[in-house]
Design a protein around this ligand. Structure first.
Ligand code: ZN
Length: 293
């Protein structure tokens, strides 16, 4: 694990989900997300301690376990203040919500695993579009789509873009980035073009000076998925078959709890097209059937 410098005030640590480190006054630091789990957080804590840095704040981009996995560790160790957006904060406080959302009911035990459910932590809701920590201005970027109320942070010319953009190898067979609401995600991707920064970094992509081509490729993958769904529903199809067709299309073979993760994503594609009046559903003989409008 290494602490790499991006600017005078901004550093980052590579991980399964990258972590930003913002230098504040008197050796205090604010983290952007806290790492994928307690083990990662412990190593990060030791690394920061080598530099005599003390975590005073964690700014969470969204409530997925791989981004908030270190929250409880740092909160217990450093008593740091954790901040998140209105609709992400409840899940950070009560990670069971994430499992219940995926299962659409009291979740099965399999779903309550460390990839989905982090330890709970106390979190303060931030509604403003900027915060100041020790006079350092941090702009908060609205990035919904991948998660319901995802936020990014722009500080000292570095834009932390959370899980908005994924590198090309993420879109391979057997792998597809999660998307809660493709409709808002499309708008977020368009908005990313207007962000002025010297450096961009994501939860799952390394720092780079420009993101134009990454935005284009992510938009193209998203549109391909929406087009696939449009084509599929020219023939009416029960909802469970839509999920299967989507998974088959991407060569995804889900044999356990991950199925419910992807089912939630497919439902997001349905609701995005439904919102635009492109598709409809009817419950026939107790089966929801979807079709082109
Ligand atoms: Zn995520």
């Amino acid at each position: 694990m290494e602490l790499a410098r991006l600017t005078e005030r901004v550093l980052w640590v590579r991980g399964p989900a990258n972590v930003g480190v913002i230098l504040l006054d008197n050796s205090k630091v604010a983290l952007i997300d806290s790492g994928c789990d307690q083990q990662f957080a412990k190593k990060l804590f030791e690394l920061l301690s080598d530099y005599r840095f003390k975590v005073s704040h964690i700014l969470n981009t969204h409530a997925h376990a791989d981004h908030i996995g270190g929250n409880s560790f740092f909160q217990e160790k450093c008593g740091c203040k954790i901040m998140a957006s209105t609709l992400e904060a409840p899940t950070i406080r009560q990670p069971l919500i994430q499992c219940a959302v995926l299962f659409s009911g009291a979740p099965i035990g399999d779903l309550m695993n460390r990839f989905i459910m982090a330890n709970p932590s106390q979190v303060e809701v931030v509604t403003a579009n900027e915060i100041k920590l020790d006079e350092l201005r941090i702009e908060i970027l609205d990035l919904p789509g991948h998660s319901v109320n995802q936020k990014g942070f722009l500080v000292d010319g570095v834009a932390f873009l959370a899980d908005t953009l994924f590198p090309d190898n993420f879109f391979s067979k057997q792998r597809l980035p999660f998307n809660y609401d493709p409709n808002s995600h499309t708008q977020t991707l368009e908005r990313l073009r207007k962000i002025e920064a010297n450096c961009f970094i994501g939860g799952h992509f390394q720092p780079q000076n420009s993101i134009g081509s990454l935005i284009a490729s992510n938009l193209s993958h998203l549109n391909e998925s929406l087009d696939f769904m449009r084509g599929l529903l020219k023939t009416p199809m029960p909802q469970d078959r839509v999920v299967k067709a989507f998974l088959d299309h991407y060569g995804l073979k889900k044999t356990n709890w991950e199925y419910y993760l992807y089912r939630t994503m497919v439902n997001g594609y349905l609701s995005s097209l439904h919102k635009h009046g492109e598709i409809k559903y009817r419950v026939l003989d107790n089966l929801p059937v979807w079709y082109a409008a």
